[in-house]
Design a protein around this ligand. Structure first.
Ligand code: HEM
Length: 391
């Protein structure tokens, strides 16, 4: 029996991979005394994510909550999930997202200009954090002066993510939730009066077209888009630089041939997955490798462990920007497959086309462990000070 590690400990967050190796050998780990089960293998993870009828995304609210709201898309099953997803999926198709490329490039150039001038920056503060916030804010139709608020709200919501799984996370503070609610109430009122060409107006429209989307649903959708899209993409952009710094030979290949950037980003998604795990609830007793996971026991699906499963990925510990095929699970699979995947891929590609096109000689300017995003669900650093030379 492996002693379950403290999954929010900084050392674990720095290097969770030995735990995944151990776990894979024993998968599934069923720990009723800790109130959870865990799976680590690629085949198990894919089977679970594809079978939403057996493996629900919906968790019963705690008994003290008397009038629970309907769950958000990410935490709902069909038919509710299907209905909610159809309302927003139009805005995030690869075709829709492609149209954003010139604007994303413009924002990226503006953000990078002072860093290129200085020859150094904290990559998180300079680019990886602001880029996705500005882009999603523009898609939704949120004015620039309110962006700083989003960072606060997004951080708050991410900090609350670990709670359900016994992490050090906590509930969203009531006053912050109230602030978000008031803000979005005002935004949607404005759009109801004067619709614009933005996603909030589209969602308000859907709400007006009958019973399809309640105000509570709309609010949850906005929060979900902010939370799901910001921190994850920030981590993808900074994890890409970290992976390059650790593997200079791979960076040199990509810098020499920018057409390799998309492949490199897929490899970062596999090797340093921004979202390490998700969770499902078995709706009945389920047998996995001869062991029974009892009905309703929350089951952690370690996407990051599946992404290093040698049965699926030859030499899984090798960071290989030319890996093909690379069917990683970093964006999930099945009906909840990441809605924002085309957008996240585009932002990361443009970020590195610009960065590698303008600079070379990247190196870290600090030593030792970098401060990490404090939840095991995410993999990312809070700061990444680097230096470089202009090309
Ligand atoms: C690198 C960046 C990103 C990563 C690694 C990521 C990862 C994921 C994963 C693993 C899931 C599935 C969770 C599950 O099955 O339980 C998911 C779902 C989702 N993601 Fe992302 N995501 C990223 C960026 C984004 C962006 C930019 C947006 C929006 C603009 C977004 C919106 C969503 C939404 C709305 C869902 C729920 C979909 C559903 O329930 O049908 N994500 N994401």
């Amino acid at each position: 029996m492996v002693a379950a590690p403290n999954i929010n400990d900084p050392a674990f967050l720095e290097n969770p991979f030995p735990f995944y190796e151990l776990g894979r050998a024993m998968s599934p780990l069923i720990l009723p005394e800790r109130g959870l089960a865990m799976v680590f293998g690629y085949d198990d993870a894919t089977a679970i994510l594809k079978d939403w009828e057996t493996w629900s995304s919906r968790f019963p609210p705690p008994p003290e909550v008397t009038d629970p709201p309907e769950p958000m898309m990410l935490s709902s099953d069909p038919p509710r999930h299907t209905r909610l997803r159809s309302l927003v999926s139009q805005a995030f198709t690869p075709r829709m997202v492609e149209q954003l490329e010139p604007r994303i490039r413009e924002i990226t150039r503006e953000l990078l200009a002072p860093a290129l001038e200085a020859g150094e920056c904290d990559l998180v503060a300079a680019l990886a954090y602001p880029l996705p916030v500005i882009v999603i804010a523009e898609i939704l139709g949120i004015p620039p002066e309110d962006r700083a608020k989003f960072k606060e709200w997004s951080d708050e919501a991410v900090a609350s993510l670990g709670t359900a799984l016994g992490g050090s996370g906590r509930q969203i503070r009531a006053e912050v939730f109230e602030e978000m609610r008031e803000y979005f109430t005002r935004m949607t009122e404005e759009r109801r009066q004067r619709p614009r060409n933005d996603l909030i107006s589209g969602l308000v429209q859907a709400e007006q077209d009958g019973e399809r989307l309640t105000f509570a649903d709309l609010l949850q959708m906005l929060v979900l888009l902010l939370v799901a899209g910001n921190e994850t993409t920030t981590n993808l952009i900074s994890n890409t630089m970290l992976s390059f710094l650790e593997h200079p030979g791979e960076l040199a290949k990509v810098a020499a041939e920018p057409a390799r950037i998309p492949g490199a980003i897929e490899e970062v998604l596999r090797y340093n997955s921004p979202v390490q795990a998700t969770v499902r609830r078995p709706t009945r007793d389920v047998e996995v490798h001869g062991k029974t996971i009892p009905a309703n026991l929350p089951t952690v699906v370690w996407l990051a462990a599946a992404n290093r499963d040698p049965a699926q990925f030859p030499e899984p510990l090798r960071f290989d920007v030319e890996r093909s095929p690379n069917r990683h699970l970093a964006f999930g699979l099945g009906i909840h497959f990441c809605l924002g995947a085309p957008l996240a891929r585009l932002e990361a590609r443009v970020a590195y086309e610009e960065l590698l096109g303008a600079a070379t000689g990247f190196e870290r300017t600090t030593e030792g462990m970098l401060p990490r995003v404090p939840t095991f669900i995410m993999r990312g650093v809070l700061e990444l000070p680097i230096a470089f030379r202009r090309r």
